[in-house]
Design a protein around this ligand. Structure first.
Ligand SMILES: [Cu+2]
Length: 95
């Protein structure tokens, strides 16, 4: 198999994964009330690549789901949360 064929075969194998929706879980510090939760939820919901947003005040987690084949970079998530006045503790992505 040539290198090019190999690269092509590898790409074909990867495609289903690339097209999947991403589940991202963001741990946020500083959210204390329903108003905090709503503000964050609204910002993420305004992004076309995000299909689902769920904010839990109990666990302090913002759960995001992207459109199939779309992603949102960690930097953008951090920017949105920081600009809203909260801190990102960690970002986890489901495999
Ligand atoms: Cu609040």
């Amino acid at each position: 198999m040539t290198t090019r064929n190999f690269a092509f075969a590898a790409l074909l194998l990867l495609l289903p994964f690339l097209a999947e929706a991403k589940s991202i879980s963001v741990q946020v510090k500083g959210m204390v009330c329903a108003f905090c939760a709503q503000g964050i939820e609204k910002k993420f919901k305004s992004l076309p690549e995000i299909t689902k947003v769920h904010v839990s005040l109990e666990t302090k987690l913002v759960s995001l789901e992207t459109q199939e084949g779309k992603d949102i970079p960690d930097d953008q998530i951090k920017k949105i949360i920081t600009e809203s006045g909260y801190d990102v503790v960690k970002i986890e992505r489901a495999k």
